[in-house]
Design a protein around this ligand. Structure first.
Ligand SMILES: NC(=O)c1ccc[n+]([C@@H]2O[C@H](COP(=O)([O-])OP(=O)(O)OC[C@H]3O[C@@H](n4cnc5c(N)ncnc54)[C@H](OP(=O)(O)O)[C@@H]3O)[C@@H](O)[C@H]2O)c1
Length: 283
């Protein structure tokens, strides 16, 4: 897997995944039309990787935006990397295909580039979709689900151990909430620190003449992580696209390593008592 030399990561099947992706999930009070509007802005700004999911309820709008940008000649379908996710109520083998077909219908597309098993919390040994061992861990060697793992990852949860593991298994680690999330009260504890206000991040941003958001994203990129960034603001979308234009020094990287707190913004408290709750694991 080539992580260093291009704007894309080569997955095990030869498919190229752009290393910067556009997050399309927004809190419930944001109209779905914003996903349509800002997916188009993101394509114009240069984004080619789009992260959505059945449960985001915006595949119709994201699909429409992508199709319009294909129709007006801005992009070709093969240049766009589109991720959908199979929601937890669709894991039974007989539900998988109809659920994915529903996404394709909403998108009005012939195919998606990646399907992620969304929230694999309720899965247990014996489930057919993803074989697991008796400790509830995925059995990586028996099924080809190794290409990508999308997890929370940012300067406060830098996932260094998981990243090392993923690299050793040729798995692309995709970071969500790379900017510290939206602090949506329905899933983020409002008392948690605001990542983009971190003094170390702000000082490095000032020194490099960049914004804290750009530094937070660039840090992940330089460690070989594929980064998702959600923004429904044209200025910030363009800003996020500029992370390929500068480099952090080894000293910057070390300083940012130092602010890791193993702090998770999305803790899924409602599932905390589930036997397969994933976030009690070390990584
Ligand atoms: N697989 C999963 O279970 C999972 C879970 C969570 C998220 N995700 C995916 O990951 C994506 C991103 O994660 P996230 O939505 O939690 O949020 P995020 O990308 O960490 O942060 C988004 C927030 O940062 C702001 N922002 C964007 N660019 C900025 C910049 N340059 N400077 C300052 N602020 C900036 C945005 O505001 P504006 O919009 O106003 O710019 C928004 O409030 C989601 O949209 C979704 O696609 C996946």
């Amino acid at each position: 897997m080539d992580l260093k030399h291009s704007r894309s990561v080569k997955l095990n099947d030869g498919h190229l995944m752009p290393r910067l992706g556009f997050g399309t999930a927004a809190s419930g009070d944001v109209p779905k039309s914003k996903s349509y509007e800002f997916t188009k802005v993101a394509i114009d700004a240069g984004f080619r990787h789009f992260d959505s999911a059945f449960i985001y309820g915006n595949e119709e709008q994201v699909g429409e935006a992508i199709r319009e940008k294909i129709a007006d000649g801005t992009v070709k379908r093969e240049d766009v990397f589109y991720t959908t996710k199979l929601w937890a109520t669709h894991f039974r083998p007989e539900f998988v295909r109809p659920a994915l077909e529903k996404s394709l219908k909403k998108l009005q597309m012939d195919y998606v580039d990646l399907i992620i098993i969304h929230l694999p919390v309720p899965m247990k040994p014996g489930d057919e979709l993803i074989p697991m061992d008796d400790k509830g861990q995925f059995i990586l060697d028996t099924v080809d689900l190794r290409d990508t793992w999308e997890v929370e990852c940012h300067v406060y949860l830098n996932q260094s151990k998981l990243l090392e593991y993923c690299k050793s298994k040729d798995i692309a680690l995709v970071a969500y909430s790379a900017l510290g999330s939206q602090r949506d009260p329905s899933w983020v504890d409002q008392n948690s620190p605001v990542l983009l206000e971190d003094p170390v991040l702000k000082a490095i941003a000032k020194k490099r003449n960049r914004t804290p958001g750009q530094v937070a994203l660039r840090y992940l990129l330089q460690r070989g992580v594929v980064v998702l960034a959600k923004s429904f603001n044209e200025k910030r979308i363009k800003e996020n696209m500029q992370i390929f234009e500068f480099e952090l020094t080894a000293e910057d990287m070390k300083d940012i390593d130092g602010i890791n707190k193993n702090l998770r913004y999305t803790t899924l408290q409602y599932a905390a008592n589930h036997p397969n709750y994933p976030f009690n694991e070390e990584y």
